[in-house]
Write a protein that binds this ligand. Structure first.
Ligand SMILES: Nc1ncnc2c1ncn2[C@@H]1O[C@H](COP(=O)(O)OP(=O)(O)OP(=O)(O)O)[C@@H](O)[C@H]1O
Ligand SMILES: [Mg+2]
Length: 248
């Protein structure tokens, strides 16, 4: 079982859109996948509302081991995709983790899945917290969406330094550009300099596109909603890269 996280300290940068589209593409590739919506706002569950039917459950029973992870999972929302939906109680995830004495509660919770699940995708909330540390430790790769602006890059370098100082796995980080608008000079300039700006960037770049915005309204991943769109092709490229890194 491999674990991939979509994380950024910044909000609204395309973490959830990416997590959902990659989860669907993994499913389409017959890779048994679990998408865990870790954000109390439940955007991943919302983006998949065309396929998902159940509501989430309180996190406390999962964290204290009263119920196994299988009880929280909605199976087969697509043939090879399961969803662990969010619940408003996920807001208290961090407080609950503070008291947890296990070395990595996320790892313990996910362990029973390892036989039937090839890939776990974590859609993380924005911000930096105890949860972030556990996510970074448990994930094999952490994809960090970045809007091509200087401020966004500044926040990326701060995050990268923190990961380095705390030894949370610098080599796992894969920054990639999202919401790329080729009409903007700065976007064109920064996206042409990825090799120079980052150590291990993803080559895929997700263009700004109204097709992605429509995912929320339709409750469907791009590959179902608009497979011929440009961002759908970019997400296929991202999945292809990810697959070869995870299983090479
Ligand atoms: N490539 C894109 N083109 C256009 N709009 C996009 C694109 N990616 C994401 N969006 C839109 O930007 C908004 C934020 O996207 P998303 O929810 O994926 O970001 P996020 O980083 O998960 O946000 P949060 O930090 O709130 O969890 C949404 O309205 C989404 O539809
Ligand atoms: Mg999100």
């Amino acid at each position: 079982m491999r674990t991939v996280a979509f994380y950024s300290p910044k909000g609204g940068v395309g973490k959830t859109a990416s997590a959902v589209n990659i989860a669907y593409l993994a499913n389409a590739d017959h890779c048994s996948t679990l998408l865990w919506d870790l954000d109390p706002q439940g955007a991943a569950s919302f983006y998949l509302s065309g396929a998902s039917r159940t509501k989430g459950k309180k996190i406390s029973k999962l964290l204290d081991g009263r119920l196994p992870i299988a009880d929280f999972v909605e199976e087969h929302i697509y043939p090879h995709l399961d969803l662990l939906p969010s619940h408003p109680s996920f807001r208290h995830f961090d407080i609950k983790l503070e008291d947890d004495e296990r070395s990595n509660p996320l790892k313990t919770i996910l362990a029973p899945l390892s036989e039937d699940t090839s890939l776990v995708i974590l859609d993380c909330p924005p911000g930096q917290s105890r949860l972030t540390e556990y996510v970074l430790k448990v994930a094999d790769l952490v994809y960090v969406p970045l809007v091509p602006t200087w401020l966004s890059l500044n926040s990326w370098y701060q995050f990268r330094d923190l990961v380095k100082d705390k030894k949370l796995g610098l080599k796992k980080l894969r920054p990639f550009f999202t919401l790329v608008d080729r009409r903007k000079k700065l976007h064109t300039e920064l996206t042409s300099r990825t090799a120079e700006l980052f150590d291990r960037p993803s080559k895929a770049m997700i263009p700004y596109s109204s097709a992605v915005e429509r995912m929320g309204e339709a409750g469907l991943p791009l590959e179902v909603l608009s497979p011929r769109s440009q961002p759908a092709a970019s997400y296929r490229q991202l999945w292809s890269e990810m697959k070869s890194e995870l299983w090479s």
